[in-house]
Write a protein that binds this ligand. Structure first.
Ligand code: NAG
Ligand code: NAG
Ligand code: NAG
Ligand code: NAG
Length: 416
C-alpha cells in the first residue's frame, strides 16, 4: 500500500512538473486537464500555510502550545499585512480563527490574497490561525503517539476545555491584549466556542471581545444531507475501525498526503469526491468554484477522531439536542450523576455572538441557527446574539466565489 502510494504520488508530481496544470474552471475540464485552456497551475495545491503566506508576501510565525492534558498544538500567526511598511508600529487587535471537522489553519488561505486570513491582515488585524488536536499541524502529544487509542480519545468537548483556553492564554500573553480577542470559528470551530464559553464562562468573559460563528453548528435537529443519513451508523463504524486499529479518519502525513489531491483532485475521482462533499455540505451554484477542489483536497480531510463524529451523531440521533457526550446509562451516571447526558447550558454564555448563516447550508441549517440564537439570548436583556444570512453552502464562507458581501459585514461586525 505504501509502495503503491509512493508510486502514484511520484506519477502525479511528474505529471504536474511536465504539464503544469493542476486546476480547472469546471469539472468537465479536468478530463482534458493537460491540454485545456480552462486549466492552469496553482502553486498553492499541496503547499503549506508557510509557503502560501510567503507567496503572497505575508510573514507567518509558527507557535506551539501545550494544553493541560499535554497535547501539543500549532498556531499560525500572520502578524503583519503584506501591505504594511516594516517600520510601521500601529496596534493590531488580535483575532483567532479556527476551522471545522477535518480542516486546518490552511482553510483561511485557500483563495490566495482574497482569503479571509489575508483580508483581515490587510485590514489591520493580528491574525492567529488555530489547529485543533489531531490535524496535520497539531498531531503531537507529550506522552502518546498518534498510533495509540489514548491519543485519539477526544472529541470537540476536549478541544473546548483544553485546546481553546490554551491558545487564548498564549495569545493574551504574547499580545498583552487580554479581553480584546475576537474569536472566529467555522462549523465545529463554532461548536467548540459555545462549549468553552458556557463551561468556562469566566475565562471567556475575561478574554474574548466577541465570538463570530461561520456556519454555526450546535442544535442539529434540522440537518439534511449525507451526514444526517450516515449519523446512525457512526457507532457501528467506530467498532469496525477500532477493531482494525484505526481511531481517526484522514490521519495521513508526509508523503502519503500527496495522494489526496491525486485521488480527489483529478479526473475521474474528482467527480466522486465532489459528490460526497456536496451531498454533505450543500451547493450554492453561484458560489461554487471547481478550481478550488484540488487545493481543498490537499488539506482535507485531516485527523478526524472517530469520537468527534460519534458525538455529532449522538446529537443528531437525540433530535438535535445540544448535549454532552453520551457514555451510556451507567457511564453517564458516573460522569454526570444522571443517566442521560446533560444539555450544554448556553444561557451561561456572556460574550456577544454573531451568527453567520448560509441559506444553502445542509449541515448548519438556518432553523437550527434560530434555535441557537434564541438559547443564546435567553434571560438577557440586550440582543446578545445577532444572525446574518448569506446565500452560501456550508463551506462557502471560505470557498465561495463572491466573498465580498460576507467580508464587508464581517468587518463591520468586528469593528463594532
Ligand atoms: C472552456 O470553458 C468554456 C466556458 O465554460 C467552454 O465553452 C469551453 O468549451 C472550454 N474549453 C475547453 C477547451 O474545454
Ligand atoms: C509524560 O511525559 C513526561 C515527559 O517526558 C513525563 O514526565 C511524564 O511522567 C509522562 N506522563 C505519563 C502519564 O506517562
Ligand atoms: C507572559 O508570560 C510570562 C511568563 O509566565 C510573564 O513573565 C509575562 O509577564 C507574561 N506577559 C503578559 C503580557 O501577560
Ligand atoms: C446526584 O444526584 C442526586 C439526585 O439528583 C443528588 O441527590 C446528589 O446530591 C447528586 N450527587 C452529586 C455528587 O452531585
Amino acid at each position: 500500500m505504501l509502495r503503491l502510494s509512493v508510486f502514484l504520488s511520484m506519477l502525479y508530481l511528474v505529471q504536474c512538473i511536465q504539464y503544469k496544470n493542476n486546476v480547472c474552471l469546471s469539472l468537465n475540464d479536468y478530463k482534458t486537464i493537460y491540454r485545456n485552456k480552462n486549466c492552469s497551475y496553482n502553486p498553492d495545491v499541496l503547499s503549506s500555510p508557510k509557503l502560501i503566506a510567503r507567496r503572497y508576501g505575508y510573514p507567518l510565525e509558527t507557535i506551539t502550545v501545550t494544553t493541560k492534558d499535554r497535547y501539543i498544538l500549532t498556531l499560525h500567526r500572520i502578524p503583519k499585512s503584506a501591505n504594511s511598511k516594516s517600520d510601521e508600529n500601529v496596534r493590531r487587535p488580535p483575532i483567532l480563527m479556527f476551522h471545522g471537522v477535518g480542516g486546518s489553519s490552511a482553510f483561511y488561505m485557500l483563495q490566495g490574497k482574497r482569503s479571509l486570513g489575508f483580508y483581515l491582515s490587510d485590514h489591520g488585524y493580528d491574525v492567529w490561525l488555530g489547529n485543533w488536536r489531531g490535524n496535520l499541524y497539531s498531531n503531537k502529544h507529550v506522552n502518546y503517539s498518534t498510533s495509540s487509542l489514548k491519543y485519539w480519545n477526544f472529541g470537540f468537548h476536549e478541544m473546548a476545555i483544553y485546546d481553546l483556553p490554551a491558545c487564548i492564554d498564549l495569545i493574551a500573553n504574547r499580545t498583552g491584549e487580554k479581553g480584546n480577542l475576537i474569536y472566529v470559528g467555522h462549523s465545529m470551530g463554532t461548536t467548540v466556542s459555545y462549549i468553552y464559553s458556557s463551561l468556562m464562562r469566566k475565562h471567556a468573559e475575561e478574554n474574548l471581545k466577541s465570538i463570530i460563528s461561520l456556519a454555526p453548528v450546535a442544535f442539529m435537529g434540522n440537518i439534511k444531507g449525507s451526514f444526517k443519513l450516515l449519523a446512525p451508523f457512526v457507532p457501528l463504524f467506530r467498532t469496525i475501525l477500532n477493531l482494525k486499529g484505526f481511531y481517526a479518519i484522514g490521519h495521513v502525513i508526509g508523503f502519503q498526503r500527496a495522494l489526496l489531491p491525486l485521488v480527489c483532485g483529478s479526473y475521474p475521482f474528482i467527480n466522486i469526491c465532489n459528490i460526497l462533499l456536496l451531498s454533505s455540505v450543500g451547493l450554492s451554484e453561484k458560489e461554487y468554484q471547481p478550481e478550488l477542489l484540488p487545493i481543498f483536497f490537499s488539506y482535507f480531510p485531516s485527523g478526524i477522531s472517530v469520537k468527534t463524529l460519534e458525538h455529532y451523531s449522538q446529537i443528531i440521533s437525540s433530535n438535535g439536542r445540544f448535549q454532552m457526550y453520551d457514555f451510556g446509562p451507567a457511564g453517564n451516571l458516573q460522569k454526570y450523576n444522571q443517566s442521560t447526558p446533560p444539555e450544554y447550558d448556553l444561557s451561561e454564555i456572556s460574550v456577544p455572538v454573531h451568527l453567520f448563516v448560509g441559506s444553502e447550508d445542509l449541515i448548519g441549517d438556518s432553523k437550527d441557527a434560530d434555535i441557537l440564537q434564541e438559547k443564546l439570548c435567553l434571560g438577557k436583556s440586550h440582543l446578545s446574539a445577532v444572525k446574518h444570512t448569506f446565500p452560501y453552502a456550508h463551506n462557502d464562507f471560505f470557498l465561495g466565489k463572491d466573498l465580498k458581501p460576507f467580508q464587508d459585514v464581517f468587518l463591520r461586525v468586528v469593528l463594532s
